[in-house]
Design a protein around this ligand. Structure first.
Ligand SMILES: Nc1ncnc2c1ncn2[C@@H]1O[C@H](COP(=O)(O)OP(=O)(O)OP(=O)(O)O)[C@@H](O)[C@H]1O
Ligand SMILES: [Mg+2]
Length: 460
């Protein structure tokens, strides 16, 4: 059976729990207040006692000879009520809400008092101890029985008391909610503290994936981001190492020629070395240039046929065997320079490793397919997943002393991915087929990216 989670995963669930607890606290507080109110109601018991003792006093005094009554009356006083007898009627006591309630209580408790002249009031108005029930009952044969309760009837009358308790209640609710929300925010604080330290330490600062679901995802994304940054730094370092290493060969050849140990008078050979170094630096720069290059090369509806034909005729001029086949017009939304570079890299590989390049392009459903075939040995199957890695070169390529850094295919792979397409490498009987598939309408993601000062701002 699935265990019921008391502490939900999502932030929403947790906030709901916070509110629930807050409401419970408030409810408990209110109960306390109402408990006090209930105690106040119990004080109506006082009214009952007053009523009973008043009736008794009335009967006793009626049976007492008139001249003795003023002396007898005080002796009827108890711990709860004080009695006295006077001839004159009370001054008009101001009726209050409380005295009205008390009168109702007294009358309903002792119906024999109904029809009798009873006046009630509450002390505190004319001095004396506040909140005592005070009253006078007229006797049938003259005189008034004055009485006063000895207990306060309503301690809660003062609005100040109410305010104080309300403040306590609010403070308790706020304190509990603040504590809970603070607990919820702890992982966020840890995250921002970690972010502050990134870049200072040499090591990665990983964040524990804990807390509510949303924060766990944030922590995961954050850790993944650091992995990517590390990979990026690593690939750049590798790039520099590889180029420094590969530049050494033509450089030492040049040195030897300059020092006359090889034919110094052979300017063509020296030029070839310099050009090789130039080409290496160019491809390194292109690789390091990274980015998607959309700033100077925005996605544009372009006739791919024309682009391919230009690349083919340039390669032919350079003395390579390059042919093309496809419709005279085939439009797609592409980044012209980037895609031109990708096609050129594939054509260069084809003529370098496979003698000639046959370019074949066509439309298939919503995609443009560009195939570059050669007549070479192809790529060993186990190396196929590796050749798109930067700086990867098959041993055979090195052995045949073909020039290159091993960046061409990784650049193609990145450009094709930026176009929302795919790159396939397929070995056939006759040679390798490098196949690019590109969506004709470009990648929809680009519409959600807005360039601002070279940064990418993703709008939601
Ligand atoms: N058409 C092909 N036929 C056979 N092997 C190939 C072909 N294209 C690429 N390769 C293999 O894949 C490796 C990586 O190719 P890539 O284009 O990335 O680098 P490169 O051609 O060696 O150098 P660069 O392109 O940077 O000048 C090559 O070294 C080669 O071993
Ligand atoms: Mg290449």
């Amino acid at each position: 059976m699935k265990r019921i989670r008391l502490w939900p995963r999502g932030l929403t669930g947790r906030v709901m729990i916070v509110l629930l607890v807050a409401i419970l606290v408030e409810f408990a507080g209110t109960l306390l207040l109402f408990g006090e109110a209930e105690r106040l109601l119990l004080r109506s018991g006082q009214a009952h006692r007053v009523a009973e003792q008043l009736v008794v006093a009335d009967r006793v005094l009626r049976l007492t000879p008139r001249h003795n009554r003023p002396y007898v009356a005080p002796s009827l006083s108890t711990r709860h009520v004080r009695f006295a007898l006077q001839d004159n009627a009370p001054k008009d006591w101001r009726a209050t809400r409380l005295s009205a309630v008390a009168e109702k209580e007294i009358m309903s408790w002792e119906p024999s008092l109904q029809g009798r002249v009873l006046q009630l009031g509450v002390t505190g108005v004319d001095g004396g101890k506040p909140n005592r029930l005070i009253g006078a009952l007229q006797m049938e044969n003259g005189g008034w029985i004055y009485f006063q309760s000895r207990e306060a009837i309503n301690r809660w009358n003062a609005p100040f008391d109410w305010l104080v308790s309300l403040l306590f209640l609010v403070a308790a609710v706020l304190l509990v909610s603040a504590l809970l929300v603070r607990t919820l925010g702890a992982p966020l604080r840890a995250l921002s503290a970690a972010t502050d330290n990134i870049g200072f330490a040499r090591r990665k600062i990983m964040i524990e994936s804990s807390g509510p679901q949303e924060l766990r995802r944030l922590a995961d994304a954050f850790n993944a981001m650091q992995d990517r940054i590390e990979e990026l730094l690593e690939s750049r370092t590798q790039a520099l190492l590889a180029v420094s290493h590969d530049l050494r060969t033509p450089l030492s050849r040049l040195k030897l020629r300059l020092h006359g140990r090889m034919h110094p008078e052979d300017p063509a050979a020296m030029r070839a070395d310099v050009e090789e170094m130039q080409a290496m630096l160019d491809s390194l720069l292109e690789y390091l240039g990274g980015g998607d290059g959309t700033r100077n090369d925005p996605p544009t509806r372009t006739n791919i046929a024309a682009l391919i034909q230009t690349i083919a005729s340039n390669a032919e001029e350079a003395g390579h065997d390059v042919r093309w086949q496809g419709p005279p017009r085939l439009e797609a939304i592409i980044q012209i320079s980037a895609l031109g570079r990708a096609i050129t890299n594939l054509v260069e590989n084809a003529v370098k490793y496979g003698e000639r390049a046959d370019i074949h392009y066509f439309q298939k459903r919503e995609e443009v397919v560009i195939e570059i075939r050669d007549r070479g040995p192809g790529i060993p199957e186990d190396m196929l997943p590796l050749v798109t890695e930067p700086f990867f070169r098959a041993d055979t390529a090195r052995a045949r002393d073909t020039k290159g850094l091993g960046l061409g295919l990784s650049v193609v792979d990145r450009i094709v991915a930026l176009h929302g397409g795919s790159l396939e490498l397929e070995n056939t009987q006759s040679g390798l087929i490098a196949r690019m598939r590109l969506p004709i309408e470009g990648i929809s993601f680009t519409s959600r990216l807005k360039k601002e000062d070279g940064n990418i701002l993703i709008r939601f």
